[in-house]
Write a protein that binds this ligand. Structure first.
Ligand SMILES: [Zn+2]
Length: 163
């Protein structure tokens, strides 16, 4: 496995190769603020100013965020077993939750609106948002956590916040 430095370099290379293929005409204007990019320390570190189009920023910030999230996952798996188990349970529930249009997209598209803005008077036949959850398996009810387990989990979450 590459170190974080190697992964960051690689992600920047991929982004630089993608950049010339991006065209301003292909970008729809956003009407909502992007939670991933707004105020992102990655945007500041990359030196993006307000003149850099959002899709260009989003593509790099998405790739960098994925590396950070993987590092957090690694840390959690190694050091925070209870939290890890809760995350695995949540992931298992998600796998049974049917079609999820926002899952598994390449970084350029993650965290963006899944459907375009409808034109006034021209409603869509269907939207991907409406299809979310189709084909879901029945979910097993969550087993409740004991008070001890809750306290231990809270402790691990505090540790993870400090890490
Ligand atoms: Zn964004």
């Amino acid at each position: 496995m590459d170190g974080i430095d190697g992964r960051v370099r690689n992600a920047v290379d991929v982004w630089l190769r993608w950049l010339p293929r991006w065209q301003i005409g292909t970008a729809r204007p956003r009407t909502r603020i992007c939670r991933r990019c707004t105020g992102s320390p990655i945007a500041a570190a990359a030196g993006f100013g307000p003149d850099v189009p959002h899709p260009v920023q989003h593509a790099l910030i998405g790739r960098m965020s994925a590396i950070v999230e993987d590092a957090v996952d690694d840390y959690t798996a190694k050091n925070l077993p209870l939290l890890q188990r809760e995350l695995e349970r949540a992931a298992a529930r998600k796998r049974r939750s049917g079609y999820q249009p926002a899952e598994g997209l390449s970084p350029e598209f993650q965290g963006l609106d899944i459907d375009p803005q409808p034109e006034p008077g021209e409603p869509f036949l269907f939207t991907l948002g409406e299809l979310a959850g189709t084909g879901a398996d029945a979910q097993e009810p969550r087993e409740p956590l004991s008070d001890e387990a809750k306290a231990a989990l809270r402790h691990e979450i505090e540790l993870s916040d400090e890490a």
